[in-house]
Write a protein that binds this ligand. Structure first.
Ligand code: AMP
Length: 307
């Protein structure tokens, strides 16, 4: 895909980056590039110059760096430490929704202290990926130019670091989480009630993802329902939420403004991009993706919901 020109970083993301082993009913793939950061930054890079903030160990393959660079990602925010890179392994159930984590080895990620390169500090769009909330806050404080901040999280932080997580949530514009996480964070079952409770915590927008059933965007103005693209060949759902969030932020950065209309367009765009991501392992499908492919899917999605 044609890359965005190498001007100043418009979006940066902090998150995990590592090496994944993934088993599905039909495949067993080892040593894939994984973590929230590759999925999120690459999905954002389709629309805007994107920077990555993370940590890798001495065993991180040079080929992975090259892969990210081929998407035009600015890697100045990736720290290189002595020690093993973060590793994760999982096995998907036949339904390709539920999965069992087989291994989590934090390696150098355990001591991660994100620092924002000077050239990222004035970037207007920020995506805080699924790292410890204290670290999200630490890096956010360095983002002097941030105009729109989105936060993604995971069940682990809701369980073990909720006070810190709520502190970051107060300072962001948008929170994105899946239905289970929204219920866990709020103690409510109905998703509209969950979203309203999260809005009371501070952000202007909440996106609740419901996997293959799409997502809800909720603000004080109301609810927008975003469909998921019906994928015919689901290969690996890993990272879909990260791709979704990244594509969304990239779209906002390209638009350069946040209006209700732009938010809706951004969510449809994100839904289309994320649907490509799950058609391959790791970044495989993104490597063969053109702007025309994305546009075709965006148009299809819009037709599917038109009345
Ligand atoms: P998702 O499918 O959105 O849950 O994202 C999966 C990615 O998150 C995988 O590529 C993993 O490498 C990464 N991951 C798994 N567990 C963690 C964790 N505890 N902290 C950060 N990243 C993780």
């Amino acid at each position: 895909m044609k890359q965005i020109d190498s001007s100043a970083v418009k979006v940066w993301m902090v998150g995990s980056i590592g090496i994944d082993d993934i088993q599905t009913r039909t495949a067993d793939r080892k040593n894939l590039m994984g973590g929230s950061l590759p999925y999120g930054t690459v999905a954002s890079s389709f629309s805007a110059k994107t920077g990555a903030v993370g940590v890798v160990g001495s065993d991180f393959p040079v080929a992975f760096d090259k892969r990210l660079q081929s998407f035009g990602i600015d890697l100045q925010g990736i720290q290189r430490k002595t020690g093993p890179t973060f590793r994760w392994a999982c096995k998907y159930d036949d339904n390709m929704i539920e999965r069992t984590t087989l291994l989590t080895e934090l390696g150098v990620f355990a001591e991660f202290m994100p620092e924002l390169p000077a050239s990222f500090r004035h970037a207007p769009y920020v995506l805080l990926g699924n790292i410890q909330p204290e670290l999200q806050l630490h890096v956010l404080k360095q983002a002097v130019g941030a105009r729109f901040v989105a936060l993604d999280t995971m069940n682990l932080w809701i369980e073990i670091a909720q006070p810190a997580l709520r502190k970051v949530i107060r300072r962001v514009d948008l929170v994105t989480l899946n239905d289970g996480e929204a219920r866990m964070l709020t103690g409510k079952w109905n998703l509209c009630a969950c979203a309203e409770t999260i809005l009371k915590m501070g952000p202007k927008f909440v996106v609740i993802k419901k996997g293959e059933h799409g997502a809800l965007l909720v603000s004080h103005k109301g609810i927008f329902i975003v469909p998921a693209y019906p994928v015919r060949k689901l290969v690996d759902p890993t990272g879909a939420g990260d791709s979704y969030a990244g594509a969304f932020m990239g779209y906002l950065a390209r638009a350069g403004r946040v209006t209700d209309g732009v938010m809706r367009e951004a969510l449809i765009f994100a839904s289309a991009v994320a649907s490509f991501g799950v058609e391959g392992f790791s970044l495989d499908r993104f490597e063969r993706l053109s702007s025309a492919d994305i546009k075709t899917r965006v148009d299809e999605l819009k037709r599917m919901v038109a009345i």
